[in-house]
Structure formats: C-alpha cells, structure tokens
Design a protein around this ligand. Structure first.
Ligand SMILES: [Zn+2]
Length: 68
C-alpha cells in the first residue's frame, strides 16, 4: 500500500510536486507512488549521493522507485 502522496519519476527518480503526475524532464517515463527514501540534493555537483545516483539536477529525489 503506497503511502506517498507525491509521484516519483521512474527514470530520474525526481519527486514531483503535489498534483503533478509527469516528470518535466522525462516526458515518456512512467511515474509511481511506490517509492521510498528521500534525499534533497542542494548542489548536485558537490553531492556524493547525486554522483552515485547519476543525478544531474538539484532537487528532491527518491532513493528507491518501483515501477510495476
Ligand atoms: Zn524524470
């Protein structure tokens, strides 16, 4: 049972804003409420987490995203 109210992008793991159901960066990617782990990337160029997750933009990201 998903408890999240915001969707996460299945492609880049970006957590979308309230009532947004499509990632603006990945127009053909599926989104899901089934995600866990939250990370806020303030400065992706200096963030180890961002490098590990291949994040190329600052923002809010889910660590795990499950697309069924
Ligand atoms: Zn995306």
């Amino acid at each position: 049972m998903a408890q999240n109210k915001r969707f996460a992008c299945g492609e880049c793991h970006l957590i979308l804003q309230d009532s947004v159901d499509q990632c603006m960066h990945c127009p053909s990617s599926p989104v899901t409420l089934d995600w866990s782990g939250y990370v806020l990337i303030m400065d992706f160029e200096r963030s180890e987490v961002a490098q590990r997750l291949n994040i190329e933009r600052s923002g809010e990201y889910a660590l795990k995203v499950s697309i069924r």
